[in-house]
Design a protein around this ligand. Structure first.
Ligand code: GRG
Length: 301
């Protein structure tokens, strides 16, 4: 629980609704791919993650005046489909070569490398269609539907997550400076977190200044999230985190290596302050977004 807002209770209430939307999405995808690929999709998507991206999406949707129906969760599922594919591919032997994810064998360990490659690839267009269908289900005008899908795909692509991952892979074994590390993580992790808010807000009809404030909030929590991730990676075991290998084993540049634990924690906190300031300036009253900004750095995994 963070502050006066009971985030634990909020997240416990969101979990089954997010899960149900992911069930609907994976069932729809499963009807369009071979059974082996469908099983790998279910493994990668339905395993127990924090669901931060869908939770942010629905929170922004509601904060901007959207309703409380299931269609908002269907929209939010599109973010988790992209996130799940990125983890499935990231874990492959040609990238991080991981055995453990979310406390379970990685998708390729359970379903094979070739099937996981196909399942991850199938999730990319499926996520775009998921966002498209959900935005239509919410009754968004055509221009808003287009904007929602564009935001999701921009954040996922070369200017966002894929581009950041590319820089990350190229940086293995080299010590990146502060500017390069920030740039990498703003794209690899931050872009999709910010897009989670913007997809939800755009679908709810939010305009210029509100979207700008939520983008500022999203960029700040994105960086805070990654710094916290580096701190957890340096201080917790693979068993506690439910994933491997560690950044050190992969010879990755991290905020902990760059600044040390104490300064890294201070910088994460300063990004949280930046996120909170963005909310105050936005006029968006959303205690859940305040609590989530703190959660990003206070989480245990
Ligand atoms: C081929 C260059 C290239 C890219 C393909 C694989 C890939 C696209 C991108 C990888 C992006 C990646 C692994 C980003 C990491 C993001 C991150 C911090 C993941 C952990 O997120 P959590 O903690 O995970 O929210 P849970 O398990 O809780 O959902």
């Amino acid at each position: 629980m963070s502050g006066a807002f009971d985030l634990d209770a909020y997240l416990a209430g969101e979990a089954p609704r997010v899960h149900a939307a992911l069930e609907r999405a994976t069932t729809w995808i499963g009807e369009r791919v071979t059974p082996d690929v469908a099983a790998a999709v279910r493994h990668g998507v339905l395993s127990e993650g924090k669901r931060l991206r869908p939770v942010l999406c629905v929170a922004a949707f509601r904060a901007c005046g959207g309703g409380d129906g299931d269609a908002a969760y269907d929209l939010a599922a599109s973010l988790e489909l992209i996130h799940a594919y990125s983890l499935m591919h990231d874990d492959l032997p040609c990238m991080d070569d991981a055995d453990l994810r979310r406390g379970r064998p990685t998708t390729h360990k359970a379903h094979g490398e070739d099937v996981t490659l196909r399942a991850g690839a199938a999730l990319i267009p499926a996520a775009a269609l998921q966002a498209w269908r959900a935005a239509e289900g919410l009754g968004c005008p055509r221009s808003t539907v287009r904007a929602v899908v564009a935001r999701l795909m921009e954040a996922s692509g070369g200017g966002g997550m894929v581009g950041g991952q590319w820089v990350d892979l190229e940086g293995e074994g080299r010590a990146l400076g502060a500017e390069a590390l920030d740039g990498l993580h703003r794209r690899k992790t931050g872009a999709l977190l910010a897009a989670s808010l913007l997809v939800g807000a755009t679908a709810a009809g939010a305009q210029g200044p509100t979207l700008e404030a939520l983008e500022r909030y999203g960029r700040a929590i994105g960086l805070a999230f990654q710094i916290a991730d580096d701190i957890l990676d340096a201080t917790r075991s693979a068993e506690v985190l439910g994933k491997n290998p560690s950044d050190a084993a992969l010879e990755k540049s991290t905020y902990v290596a760059l600044y040390g634990l104490e300064e890294a924690a201070r910088r994460a906190r300063s990004q949280v302050d930046e996120a909170l300031a963005a909310l105050v300036g936005s006029g968006v009253r959303a205690p859940v977004l305040e609590a989530l900004a703190l959660f990003v750095v206070e989480r245990e995994r």
